[in-house]
Design a protein around this ligand. Sequence first.
Ligand code: SAM
Ligand code: SF4
Length: 352
Amino acid sequence: MHQHMTKNNVSATRLVDQFSRTITYLRLSLTDRCNLRCLYCMPQEEIDRHDQVKTGRFLEHSELLSYEELLRVVRLAVSLGMNKLRLTGGEPLVRKGVLDFIQALFQIDGLSEVRLTTNGVLLEEYASRLFQAGVRQLNVSLDTLEEEKFARITGRSYFDKVWRGLFAAKELGFKIKINVVAMRGINDDEFLDFGRLALREPFQVRFIEFMPVGEKSSWDRQHFIGSDEIMERIASLGTLTPFKKRHGEGPARMFELSAPDGQRGAVGFISPISHHFCDQCNRLRLTSEGRLRACLLNDRETDLKRLLRGGASDEELVAEIRQTILDKPQGHSLNTAVVRQPCSGQMSRIGG
Ligand code: SAM
Ligand code: SF4
């Protein structure tokens, strides 16, 4: 394909993969570090012989892409037609200088939205500055509404902090989605409470199927619960009416929940296992160590950091981005009957 290169617009051709999916959405994992230790995400802490707490190995600062490097990649991606950016991690808010970085992102021509996925621990502290910087949408991960269970799932007693952060953000006017990883025997007794939260507050509550990812993932069949079953349970609270799917709205199947007393709320179901949405996938990921990854559940990655640090030109980087997109797998093979080859990359490094 002939590409016309100009200084500010490396190529006007859209990014389309070989299965005709247009790639418009870039997810950046800013760090693999986190202030929580969710049992399904982080390698578990171990106490060694000398009573030292160890948590696997985190990347050194020099192994992460610098903010300058990240800005360069985002500028190129935007010039190629990507217009939606999500910052994730690890916990994006624990990386030093993240607010300045977000401000710099908003200076990029053609990038209209920067969204953030956070565990909410630092939200109370950061919410107003994030809003001032221009962020309007937050995804907050919260798997339980019970303080003690929160500590069991995340390894830290920060439930109150997250709860305050959530409401501080709401007061400021953020649009908030709450992501709940659904785990049978762990938080399935709270699905209705989450449904009621969606009725009571302007939060979209989205249930995510528990995925077998990560080297030491705590995933097992026993804890998996499919979206259809969750939906049935939520339906006991009221009527579920599907939202009209808007283009680019992401993989959640969204519904309006209307309760008999007239309360209304929005709930969604993200079903990577039971209802693959690979045919609509518009995403590209950049891991915290600078590898481009075309599929969350496929370990194939392109080492962009090596190119960036080896003096690659914009044209070379663009060619690499295009190639990664061309090689984007058609789909993944996880299903409810057999789980083959859980991907080995850590979730915190890839960013979920
Ligand atoms: N620290 C931030 C947070 O927790 O929101 C951002 C990174 S976290 C890796 C991104 C999302 O991935 C979170 O919503 C988390 O619940 C989800 N996640 C992590 N491991 C998962 C798994 N095994 N199955 C389903 N979702 C998972
Ligand atoms: Fe941290 Fe998010 Fe992973 Fe939990 S899911 S350990 S909050 S990165």
